[in-house]
Write a protein that binds this ligand. Structure first.
Ligand SMILES: NC(=O)C1=CN([C@@H]2O[C@H](COP(=O)(O)OP(=O)(O)OC[C@H]3O[C@@H](n4cnc5c(N)ncnc54)[C@H](OP(=O)(O)O)[C@@H]3O)[C@@H](O)[C@H]2O)C=CC1
Ligand SMILES: O=C(O)C1=N[C@H](C(=O)O)C[C@H](O)C1
Length: 247
């Protein structure tokens, strides 16, 4: 039996790519394409899984509505903070029959880059993240860069590493990027780009650079489809596609 799938934000860059990918998957059935005025509650009993590629301002409300409707959620929309994740986690705990995956990046190269950075972080004195995107992106830093920096910070804390050396005492606002758990993150917005990230890890005399590039939104689709097939077996809130990949 096929999985009935709804796409929220269906006319957007990611939504339209996702609609095509769901159409092309023989085990999935596209049952709804919703835009800003769409009836999320009305998906109850209609869709098994909803995929959300909307906007940071809308995605949390969509997830709560999906939980109420008993529809599993695969969320790629970014802009989530810890408080919003906590609210979804609490709501999901009241619906043990529903799974919610919130993943900042579905591209395998990006998921692996984040994992490699977290593994490497304990061995390096300094770490900074540079993300590069198309100029129509609404949020900065990217969700991927935030997740990357959080993984680096957690690894550093676990290894007993302290604050990174940085003697900067005079700077224009923003010159050193955003501080995500003590890791500096820099955001570039450049016409012609899709989604790219470089993670720099250094010691005296050496530099490790980890780079991931999405040149086309097709790069996200295998991860999105994997998530749709897996989320039904993962009740509660999962954060990051790596949780479904055993990484
Ligand atoms: N996790 C991942 O792998 C990836 C995540 N992303 C993230 O996905 C999100 C979408 O990106 P992208 O497709 O480029 O953005 P777009 O702006 O192209 O698409 C967003 C779509 O959502 C619609 N929309 C706005 N509000 C709602 C709502 N309340 N309910 C349903 N639809 C709504 C918009 O309609 P309208 O234009 O009429 O407002 C638009 O069609 C971003 O947060 C981005 O960072 C992007 C790529 C990969
Ligand atoms: O807006 C985008 O385009 C992307 N958003 C996600 C993010 O914020 O990390 C994933 C990818 O980088 C593309």
């Amino acid at each position: 039996m096929s999985i009935r799938v709804a796409v929220l934000g269906a006319a957007g860059r990611m939504g339209s790519t996702t609609v095509a990918a769901v159409h092309a998957a023989s085990d999935l059935e596209l049952v709804a394409e919703l835009e800003a005025d769409g009836d999320v509650a009305g998906l109850a009993g209609v869709a098994d899984v909803a995929i959300d590629f909307t906007v940071p301002q809308a995605t949390e409300a969509n997830v709560h509505a999906l939980l109420d409707a008993g529809v599993h959620a695969v969320v790629g929309t970014t802009g989530w903070d810890a408080a919003a994740l906590d609210r979804v986690r609490a709501h999901a705990s009241t619906r043990p029959d529903v799974g919610v995956l919130i993943a900042p990046n579905f591209a395998l190269s990006a998921v692996l880059a984040m994992r490699f950075a977290a593994v490497a972080a304990r061995y390096f004195a300094s770490a900074e993240v540079v993300e590069m995107h198309h100029p129509r992106k609404l949020d900065a830093p990217s969700g991927t860069a935030v997740h990357t920096a959080q993984g680096i910070a957690a690894a550093r804390t676990g290894a007993g590493l302290g604050t990174m050396a940085d003697a900067t005492s005079t700077a224009l606002p923003g010159a050193r990027g955003a501080d995500v758990d003590g890791v500096n993150v820099h955001s570039l917005r450049l016409e012609g780009l899709v989604a790219h990230e470089q993670i720099f890890l250094s010691n005296p005399g050496e530099l490790l650079t980890i780079r991931t590039d999405s040149f086309d939104r097709a790069s996200f689709m295998p991860g999105v489809l994997l998530a749709v097939r897996e989320v039904v077996a993962h009740p509660g809130l999962s954060v990051g596609l790596e949780t479904f990949l055993g990484l």
